[in-house]
Design a protein around this ligand. Structure first.
Ligand SMILES: *Cc1c(COP(=O)(O)O)cnc(C)c1O
Length: 373
């Protein structure tokens, strides 16, 4: 048996790019080159002037095109990341009671924030064990449904479908799904995300595609409730319409996000990006099913995420040892979600990643496993 710190993966097996993390995720080197080209004309310039506002405008219209949004939907954005939407929701989105599908770290966090909020009714929380997801239940007293298209902590995805006969808002945490999974805008009212996952940019920003119904709710609640300005989605809406943010955004993040949106549009849009992720994740799942030491964590194939693949290892192989060796060889962030506590690896298969690199990764894992077993 090899000392596990000394396993050296042959160079010819290595992927071209060793970043497989679920966020922050791989940033395309070409996007960084593009950013370097505007290092003196865009970076370090006012976000209230055309240079930056034009980029925000391109992000807003580009996302409208990418997500195939109806004309009356709007892209709103602000600082704070997707997590900020949960804090804002208790002021600007939930009238009195929400329903949450809770099936992992991120979806349960949102549910907890609402539960702890003194001015709202206790939310209806429908939970399932990690590795699956629960179904929404139509409820008359609920004015907002909180869904998560891809639970990044477990690699479980769900179909976004508006519950029947409801005029409640449907909000979707699409942080790791947006840009890598198809979605039908008629099925949601607010589809929110951050740029550091499928969009291969950096963190710190949130974006949301809002339906007229969501905009009405935001306007109504912000006019009758006190809202801290950073959490005021009406303020975010007003600024977004001017291609600005309420306070100063990270300009490099905006630039890289726009670069990625334009890259996706140029290559064929969301269906192209979603197919690329599907191809990559299929490589991982097929590989796991063919190996006796590995198996996909999510049993139901329809719930297996196309953008974040979680793979269990059997007791003989320590997933954390494998991830550690991969890391020492420049293959980064294959560790499972820290709080899930399984003998598992987690691989992001966002559109940025070349499916060939996913293929190479599986060969590297095979090499490491045979070296240590
Ligand atoms: C990453 C992630 C978040 C948190 O995003 P931040 O930008 O860190 O606020 C929320 N939900 C899901 C599903 C995520 O993957």
């Amino acid at each position: 048996m090899n000392n596990k710190n000394e396993v050296e993966i042959p160079t010819e097996l290595l992927p071209k790019d060793g970043r497989f993390g679920s966020g922050p995720s791989k940033v395309r080197p070409k996007a960084v080159e593009d950013l370097n080209k505007v290092s003196r004309s865009f970076l370090g310039t006012s976000h209230r002037r055309p240079g930056v506002k034009d980029v925000v405008g391109q992000i807003r219209s580009g996302l409208g095109q990418l997500l195939n949004l109806p004309n009356d939907y709007e892209i709103i954005l602000g600082n704070g990341g997707a997590s900020l939407i949960w804090d804002a929701a208790v002021f600007d989105l939930i009238e009195s009671k929400s329903q949450h599908l809770s099936f992992g770290e991120f979806s349960s966090k949102f549910a907890k924030i609402v539960k702890d909020c003194p001015h709202l009714k206790d939310p209806q929380i429908i939970a399932s064990d990690p590795g699956s997801h629960p179904q929404a239940v139509v409820a008359d007293d609920v004015d907002l449904y909180a869904f998560t298209q891809n639970e990044t902590s477990t690699g479980v995805c769900m179909q976004i479908q508006r519950p029947e006969a409801t005029d409640a808002l449907v909000t979707v945490d699409a942080t790791s799904a947006a840009g890598g999974m198809m979605v039908d805008p008629s099925q949601f009212d607010l589809y929110y995300f951050s740029p550091q996952k499928c969009f291969g940019s950096d963190g710190g920003l949130w974006l949301g595609a809002a339906s007229p119904r969501a905009i009405n709710r935001i306007e109504e609640l912000s006019s009758k409730r006190w809202v801290p300005p950073m959490l005021d989605l009406k303020m975010a809406l007003d600024n977004s319409r001017l291609n600005q943010t309420y306070n100063t955004p990270a300009l490099a993040t905006l630039f890289l996000l726009n670069d990625q949106i334009q890259w996706m549009l140029k290559n064929g849009g969301l269906s192209w990006a979603a197919k690329r992720s599907q191809k990559s994740s299929n490589i991982i799942y097929d590989w796991a099913e063919s190996q006796n030491f590995a198996s996909p964590f999510v049993q139901d194939k329809d719930k297996r995420s196309p953008v974040v693949a979680t793979i269990d290892f059997n007791d003989e192989i320590s997933a954390s040892d494998v991830s550690k060796i991969l890391r020492a060889n420049g293959i980064l962030d294959t560790e499972s979600y820290r709080k899930l506590g399984r003998n598992q690896i987690r691989i992001a298969t966002f559109p940025t990643t070349d499916p060939e690199d996913i293929e190479a990764l599986t060969a590297c894992i095979d090499y490491v496993v045979s070296a240590i077993s």
